[in-house]
Design a binder for this molecule. Structure first.
Ligand code: COA
Length: 147
């Protein structure tokens, strides 16, 4: 269950994992493009993955997903830790992400890792039923790699 680096060649299985965690799945083609993009950092295990983009002093968590039947066993945290560590090594001084305001599990995970809310985008996510949900922007400041 230890996360290992992932690349564009992993896109099909990561897309399958993504589709099990989000209402609006990303295609393997889209994921391959992101994994091949500037500053892409990704880690995966059998049951989950994280994808970040780290450019200059800022990194962004683009997605994080763990298979529903294997949640609450520490994989989400392990993926997040791998991604944060890689972003720090890559020179990022802060990591950002957006999380749906009603996503309690993710909010708890990020809060436990030190992220704090720095903004809200009203009605950013459109649910399948048609309702709109706010996105909360979270930020974590990273210590320098030398620290
Ligand atoms: C968010 C997600 C990745 C967490 O993965 P996970 O493997 O279950 O997380 P972990 O087992 O490592 O949990 C780490 C901590 O997060 C918090 N947490 C995770 N799930 C939680 C839940 N359902 N309720 C409350 N806290 C939760 C807890 O603090 C937990 O620590 P603990 O188990 O010691 O209490 C997973 O729920 C998921 O894939 N959700 C759907 C996709 C998603 O929302 N991704 C994030 C988008 S920004």
């Amino acid at each position: 269950m230890t996360p290992t680096p992932a690349g564009p060649e992993d896109a099909p299985r990561l897309a399958a994992l993504h589709a099990r965690s989000f209402e609006r799945p990303w295609s393997a083609e889209d994921l391959a493009g992101m994994l091949d993009g500037e500053g892409a950092l990704a880690f995966a295990a059998e049951a989950g993955f994280i994808l970040l983009r780290s450019v200059g002093p800022e990194a962004e968590i683009l997605t994080l997903a763990v298979a529903p039947e294997l949640r609450r066993q520490g994989l989400g945290r392990a993926l997040l830790d791998a991604g944060l560590s890689a972003a720090r090594q890559h020179g990022a001084e802060a990591v950002f992400l957006e999380v749906a305001a009603d996503n309690a599990p993710a909010a708890a995970l990020y809060a436990a890792s030190g992220f704090t809310a720095v903004g809200v985008r009203r009605g950013y996510y459109l649910r399948a039923g048609g309702s709109a949900v706010d996105a909360v922007t979270l930020r974590l400041r990273l210590p320098s790699p030398a620290a």
